[in-house]
Design a protein around this ligand. Structure first.
Ligand code: UT7
Length: 318
């Protein structure tokens, strides 16, 4: 028995904020040229309606994935969610989404890894399925980043966007497809370069030392990808599609170059959504599928890095 990606669902808020419009609306001393040249971002989606919660957008993406898979909600055995912009300190976002979906007593917990959510989440879900503990697990990243930005911190607030994505992992008998392996790592001594204090704290905005995060990202995303491949007895040449966390096009290109990947193997959509944190890989994966870039037999590598600092890479055979 193995675990394979059965379907991917997304929710992208309708409202699009282009760089110059965002600068104007938020009174920021920035411009399209700076944002594009430093990050590759041209626009991002934003939730405008304050009554829409992170749990709502997580639910929309999950519903989309369930409908695409053609299964019923009571077939979901568990939900693993991730967010850095939760509605509540607790309960877990996964529990809030579980109630909205109405999927009985499915287990539900969150993994706190901010932008680094997808590798540990897919790894955990896949191993639970392989061990026979579950047949269908939803992995959901949902973010309303616009609510945790300090809109006077121009070096950070322009980089993030809102959105959600859900990946349905299901048990399959064909072991030549699905989860291949992963590598995970963390360095808890680096908490100060990317963090968000407790909800309600005096300073409760996302804080980031951009340059330190940048330097760590370009090195460790390449290293962890190589490590995941090595553990699985594979090499960089085996990668057919590289779908990294979408934080900054310069980080993505630098990692791709270090690994020696040709540009056509590297998925980039940060230009249209900004950094959607835990949702960025699901959204990119969804778009890769829509564009017909995912074909049977392909090896897909998905590395991510986030607050912790923690980073990882997960490999799937399509
Ligand atoms: O998911 C993981 C989370 N985050 C990331 O992956 C982000 C990682 N970091 C980065 O992407 C980059 O470090 C940034 C895009 C955040 C910054 O790029 P940079 O090339 O490292 O720029 P910088 O922070 O060194 O700033 C350069 C200059 C500064 O001016 P001075 O001091 O040189 O005069 C900043 O004040 O750019 C200025 N600046 C801006 N100017 C216009 C900073 N933000 C802005 C802005 N518009 N929005």
């Amino acid at each position: 028995m193995n675990a394979a990606i059965k379907s991917i669902g997304v929710y992208l808020p309708e409202f699009i904020a282009k760089n110059d419009d965002l600068a104007k609306a938020k009174g920021l001393d920035t411009n399209d040229e700076w944002i594009r040249s430093r990050s590759g971002i041209a626009e991002r989606r934003m939730v405008q309606d304050s009554s829409i919660l992170t749990a709502d957008i997580g639910y929309f993406a999950a519903k989309n994935a369930i409908e695409k898979a053609g299964i019923s909600t009571n077939e979901i055995d568990g939900i693993i969610a991730g967010t850095m912009s939760p509605d509540k300190q607790f309960p877990a976002l996964a529990c809030c989404i579980q109630a909205k979906l109405g999927c009985g007593r499915a287990f539900a917990f969150d993994i706190t890894a901010a932008c680094g959510f997808i590798p540990p989440a897919l790894n955990t879900a896949a191993l639970m399925i392989r061990s026979g503990q579950a047949k269908n697990i939803l992995v959901i990243g949902a973010e309303i980043c616009s609510r945790i930005m300090d809109w006077s911190d121009r070096g950070t607030c322009v980089l993030f966007g809102d959105g959600s994505g859900a990946i349905l992992l299901s048990a399959i008998e064909d072991e030549s497809r699905g989860f291949v392996g992963s590598a995970l790592a963390a360095d808890g001594s680096l908490t100060s370069i990317l963090y968000l204090n407790t909800l309600g704290a005096q300073d409760s905005f996302l804080r980031m030392e951009g340059t330190s995060v940048y330097k760590l990202a370009v090195t460790e995303l390449a290293n962890i990808t190589k490590k995941a491949l090595e553990k699985a007895g594979l090499s960089v040449n085996d990668i057919d599609l590289f779908i990294p966390h979408q934080a900054n096009v310069r980080i993505i290109q630098s990692v791709g170059k270090t690994l020696g990947l040709s540009q056509d193997k590297v998925m980039v959509n940060v230009d249209r959504y900004g950094n959607t944190s835990s949702a960025s890989i699901p959204i990119a994966l969804y778009e890769a599928e829509q564009q017909g870039r995912l074909k049977p037999g392909m090896l897909v590598a998905m590395p991510a890095i986030g607050g912790g600092m923690n980073w990882g890479c997960v490999l799937f055979r399509w």
